[in-house]
Design a protein around this ligand. Sequence first.
Ligand SMILES: *[C@@H]1O[C@H](CO)[C@@H](O)[C@H](O)[C@H]1NC(C)=O
Ligand SMILES: *[C@@H]1O[C@H](CO)[C@@H](O)[C@H](O)[C@H]1NC(C)=O
Ligand SMILES: *[C@@H]1O[C@H](CO)[C@@H](O)[C@H](O)[C@H]1NC(C)=O
Length: 399
Amino acid sequence: MRLFYWIRIFWIGRFWHITDLHWDPTYDLNNKPNKVCASSGNRPVGNAGTFGDYVCDSPWDLISSSLSAMKAISPAPDFIVWTGDDTPHVPNEQLGEEAVLGIINNLTYIIKQLFPSGFYTEELLNRTGYRMIVLNTNLYYDQNKETKGVEDPAGQFAWADHILTEAANKKEKVYIIGHVPPGFFEKKRSKPWFTAKFNQQYLKLIQKHHAVILGQFFGHHHTDSFRMIYNSDGSPVSTIFLTPGVTPWKTTLPGVADGANNPGIRLFEYDTETLLVKDMVTYYLNLTFANKAQERWEKEYRLTESFRVSDASPHSMHKVLERIANDNCYLQKYYEYNSVSYDLTECNEDCRIDHVCAAREVDFSRYEHCLEKETAVFMCGGLLPFLSALISLVLTIHV
Ligand SMILES: *[C@@H]1O[C@H](CO)[C@@H](O)[C@H](O)[C@H]1NC(C)=O
Ligand SMILES: *[C@@H]1O[C@H](CO)[C@@H](O)[C@H](O)[C@H]1NC(C)=O
Ligand SMILES: *[C@@H]1O[C@H](CO)[C@@H](O)[C@H](O)[C@H]1NC(C)=O
């Protein structure tokens, strides 16, 4: 038994997932206070320091700090998943193709310098039986005018369906990575990224092929969350892990209050034989503290410890979700991690519904139904009994 346990330990691999680095090359503390960075737009830059500001994208010091932290914490990962969004949040006219390529070049250069081998997805691709599928989900973005009305942009759904069918035939195990995830943004009610049609197509693809898909890894939100995918019989079959961003940039999306985050990076632990995701550890830089006192990357939390599950399988993640949905302590903990310990305010009932329904339902109509159902639960479980008790109390006093 003991021997078996030790052997199993050797099968645990590690990989980093980093996303949304959003380097802003204009960030400069020598600029006028309101012009520290182009990515702040017209918003006041309140606490600019060496490692950034909550309304700015990442200065180079933050980029190199996060990569150095990765190197110090786990210098020899099996691979690194890097899911994009590298450029600053500025109008397109200010950027241009050359600038974008330049930024990607600089980022690739520093990653390669720190992690000369094991870099990127090659090893996984190069091991028979294990496959990484990189999807360009920007094609499904509802802001993407080029692909609106196209049945299957770039033929990617057909291609993925083919690859996943082959994977099943060859008994391969697959990870899917991408940037923009399907489903809803948990910080803004009823806000999806994909068009309804592409969202549905994506969901169908995963439900059809879930048996070979051992994990999905996305970014874009800058927040720490996850999405469950269930089968028609309601059993959890797949999880989309949403890794928080390196950039602390406060979103300008209307309707989101104070949507900044601390810079985060994430280490996944997985079974190198089965590709089962065993655990994930999120590390973060408290930006306020870093600017004020010292650059200190800390462990924020380990999934299995904080949510008391045995691994990060779809069944375990379903348990995590039910804990968040039904227990205020877990909800609050999840909520603080969601902004990488930036927003420590209380997650109220509306907030609970937004986060729970976004995590539970990727499908558009099921999501809306979840909002109604969860609201009704609150009315019945909380408010209605209270009101009826009050009425009967008043009546009793009258009588
Ligand atoms: C980015 O790359 C360019 C061209 O190689 C180089 O001149 C520049 O110093 C780099 N910037 C940083 C911050 O590394
Ligand atoms: C895959 O492995 C082969 C043989 O070991 C090697 O020649 C090739 O360069 C590798 N491909 C990649 C993309 O790493
Ligand atoms: C981050 O640092 C600031 C300044 O030291 C502190 O007030 C705040 O509590 C810290 N946040 C967390 C989550 O530790």
